[in-house]
Structures are given as C-alpha cells and as structure tokens.
Design a protein around this ligand. Structure first.
Ligand SMILES: Nc1ncnc2c1ncn2[C@@H]1O[C@H](COP(=O)(O)OP(=O)(O)O)[C@@H](O)[C@H]1O
Ligand SMILES: [Mg+2]
Length: 411
C-alpha cells in the first residue's frame, strides 16, 4: 500500500507562485511507487482545491481553466482518518475524494510558512513534514529569529527592529536609535517577508525614511541592519531534526545588483536547470517545457556557483553553523540557512533561515551526492516519528470534570 501524501501548496503569500514551482520540482522527485501524491492547492483567496492537473506546471498558464478542472475541497478529520472532501458537498457522486496519511506542506511566506499551515495540520492531528508551529513562526520573523540566534551565540549582523505603529507614533526616536546603533549603508526589510520583497539598501537618513515607509507597506514590523558591503552570499541546506541533522554542499548565489533580488532568485535561464532531467518520469508526469510567466526557482547554473567558491575551512564552518541554527530554532525536515560573508573582515553571519526552502533545495542535496528521492523519504519518516513521539505526550485527562457533581472549581 502506498502512503498517501497530501502535498499542500500555494497560500496567501507574495511567494504563492514560487510555492507552485517548488511543489512541482519537489514532487517530481518523490518515489511514486511508495507514495501517492494528493495535491492540495490553497488559492490566494484561501479556497482549497485538489485534482491531478495541479501536478502539471503547464496547466497554471490559465488558472481559470485549471481550477474548473479541479474540485473545491475541505480537509477534515472524521475521528478515524483525515479526509479530502468536496466542499460544498455534491448532490450526486462521491463526497470523500481521498484520505491523507501524511501532510507535506511546500509553501513559502506569510499565512503559510509562518506557522499557519503547521497549526492547521496540528489541529487536523496528522503527521506533517517540516517545521512545527514554533520553528516556522520564529524562522519567518526576521527580528525574533535574530534575537534567538544572537542569544544562542550564533553570529548575526547588528540590527534594530520595531513595530510600524511605534514608528508612526515617534519617528524621530526610532531614527535616532538606528543612527546611534548602526552605521550607513543600511539594509531595510519588512519584518516577515521573503523573496527580497520590500527590501532596500540606504545610504542616508532621507533614503532610510523612504525605505522604512516602503517596508511598512508589506509588514507591520521593520528591521534595519548594518549592510555587509564586501558581500559574498552562501546558502546551505540541512535535513534532520533537533537531535540529528546533516548539512549539504554550499552554493553561492550570484548577485545581479546590490542585493539578491526577486529576479536573481526566480527569473533565470532555466537551461542549466536539472529539472530537464525529469522531463518524463514514472507515472507519466511531465515537467513543462518552459516555466510559467511568474518564473521559477532559479536553479540554473548561471544563477549560482555550486559548489561555492570558498575554502574548505569556511565550508566546514558554514555547515556547522547551519546545523546549529537548525537546532536552535527547533527545525525539522528540510531547511536552508543563508549566510552573509563580509570578505573585508572575513566574518560569517547567519542571515536567515528558510524553514521550507525554494524547491526544497533538492539541487543542494544532489550536489552533495545524495539522491533527493531518498532525502524526501527521510523527511517523511522524520514527520511520522515526530507525530508518534508527540502522541505519547499527555494532552488531556480521561476524566470529564463536567460530569462530576460539585460544579466548577472554587464554587
Ligand atoms: N545585512 C545585509 N547586508 C548586505 N546585504 C544584505 C543584508 N541583508 C540582506 N541583504 C541582501 O538582501 C537579500 C535579501 O535579504 P534576506 O534577508 O535574505 O530577505 P528574504 O527573506 O527576502 O530573502 C539577501 O540575499 C542579500 O543579497
Ligand atoms: Mg534571503
């Protein structure tokens, strides 16, 4: 019997389209002899859909047509199983379309990767791959994440974080705190976004004020950081849980400008992409000939150096810090930790963690000589083990105090 894998993707996030690509790239590498993939698409309005066509990237060119060919659904726990049911219920035909044994969220950004989907899956009481609620929400919040990492002795750049409401109330106070603690040039970011959206580099106070207003359009919190000027960026993925983990080969994304932009990350020449290798696969699924207009996760050889051009000691240090970060934040499954190296002073900083990284970083595992199919299986097994361990914890007492006479405590 194949394990039924409910793959959740999409979501109300600026990285919605990236999640679709990530889902396709990752599921193409799942061993379909062992796992049955049940796609669960969360549209931007929150409505969920399922259907075979969701696994075909080409179909996303026309969303209206695609969604007409799918079923609107809800995912519900009936006390015995987690079911995928048509919603609204049909007058005729099956209501329960399928069941799910394990959930596999491949989502990015706010309203999903930030703990929302982990909470939803917790409530459904189903094993799920990837970070739990706490790891997801800390990992998504650039301010809280930096606080936790700093407290644990993991190097991060100096920063000032604040709520937009505080800034609106007393702009000058926050601006002077920034100018006191940090040094231009600075980087201004929305507190909890991804894909470089809303980020600006600034050289003076006027630019700083503009960049803060811009960042506030995307989030209710803002982080301002010292800018690493002679910058080399390195990414490294980790698989495991808090007790055991393994880091991958390091990659070096190539910057098109001052900072790694949305375009650098997602709109690349896909010629070098290994996805081509999977053009035709078991089960007859095909990876579309071209990426949809939204672009894709830029895995092209042109977009990066893989392996990164760094000395062995630096690679070792980065892999060690990647595993420490993964552990400190309580991660599970597959994450990617991104580093900033200041080449002027030869200092390594953890920039951020992507608790559910683009395309699940399959290419980093394969560059480390590890078939990604095996790694996906490992991540699924970690999810099942975590669920079983959690089941052993006490969450309720088998006693109905409401049935006892004597009424409410204290009465
Ligand atoms: N402190 C910094 N100094 C220099 N460049 C930075 C700094 N922080 C971010 N950047 C640049 O901005 C990009 C996006 O920032 P990041 O924090 O990774 O946000 P996102 O979550 O949107 O990817 C980085 O990849 C890097 O190019
Ligand atoms: Mg980043």
């Amino acid at each position: 019997m194949r394990i039924k894998l409910g793959v959740f993707f999409g979501g109300k996030s600026v990285e919605h389209e990236i999640s679709i690509i990530s889902m396709i790239e990752a599921t193409l590498r799942i061993n379909e002899e062992k796992y049955e993939i049940i796609p669960i698409y969360i549209a931007k309005d929150g409505v969920m859909y399922t259907g075979e066509d969701l696994l075909d990237l080409e179909m996303y060119r026309d969303m209206d047509v695609l969604l007409k060919r799918c079923y609107k659904i809800a995912v519900v726990n009936d006390g015995k199983k987690v079911n995928v049911v048509r919603c609204p219920a049909p007058f005729i035909g099956k209501r329960v379309l399928n069941t799910i044994d394990v959930a596999f969220p491949i989502v990015h950004g706010t309203n999903c990767e930030d703990g929302t989907i982990a909470a939803f899956l917790n409530l459904l009481d189903i094993p799920y791959v990837g970070p739990d609620i706490l790891a997801s929400s800390i990992g998504m919040d650039k301010i809280v994440m930096k606080k936790v990492l700093k407290e644990s002795g993991i190097p991060v750049v100096d920063y000032v974080g604040f709520y937009s409401m505080e800034y609106v109330k007393d702009e000058e106070k926050i601006l002077s705190e920034i100018e006191e603690k940090l040094k231009y040039p600075l980087i201004v970011k929305p507190g909890n976004l991804g894909s470089s959206v809303g980020i600006r580099k600034v050289k003076n106070k006027t630019e700083l004020e503009e960049a803060i207003s811009f960042a506030m359009e995307f989030a209710d919190r803002v982080i301002v950081e010292n800018c690493v000027s002679k910058l080399k960026e390195i990414n490294c993925a980790v698989i495991g849980n808090i007790t055991e983990s393994e880091a991958t080969e390091c990659e070096e994304p190539i910057l098109g400008g001052d900072i790694l932009s949305y375009t650098d990350k997602y709109v690349g020449d896909r010629k070098g992409s290994k996805t081509g290798k999977f053009g035709a696969r078991k089960g007859g699924r095909k990876f579309g000939a071209k990426a949809p207009s939204a672009g894709g996760v830029n895995n092209s050889a042109e977009g990066k150096k893989l392996p990164a051009d760094i000395p062995n000691e630096t690679r070792d240090e980065i892999q060690k810090l990647a595993k420490e970060t993964f552990k400190v934040l309580g991660c599970s499954g597959i994450s990617r930790i991104d580093f900033l190296i200041d080449e002027e002073i030869n200092k390594i900083y953890v920039n951020e963690i992507n608790t559910i990284p683009g395309a699940l970083s399959w290419y980093l595992f394969e560059a480390s000589g590890k078939p990604f199919e095996d790694k996906l299986e490992e991540a699924i097994n970690i999810a099942i083990k975590r669920y079983n361990d959690r089941e052993k914890l006490t969450f309720s007492y088998d006693q109905n105090i409401l049935a006892l006479t004597g009424g409410v405590k204290g009465n």
